[in-house]
Write a protein that binds this ligand. Sequence first.
Ligand SMILES: [Zn+2]
Length: 79
Amino acid sequence: MPHQPHTLTRLGDFDPAEFTIYAYCGACGHSAAVDPEKVGRDVEVRTLPARLRCAECGSRECSIRIVYTGAGEFEYREG
Ligand SMILES: [Zn+2]
């Protein structure tokens, strides 16, 4: 995977101040933020969906999305 930055492979690599990791249930559409402290900061992101189970319907059809929340605002530049 030469195109993927190899520095961000584990949950702990994502600064909670800049990224929020969301888990989505493919069965019922439930979504929730994943707490890296709870799941484990050493857990690799690509293995995360297999570890998750929906709290609403119990489905294991989970996927994750990592949302960059950065500084919280968009930067606007003139010109
Ligand atoms: Zn569900």
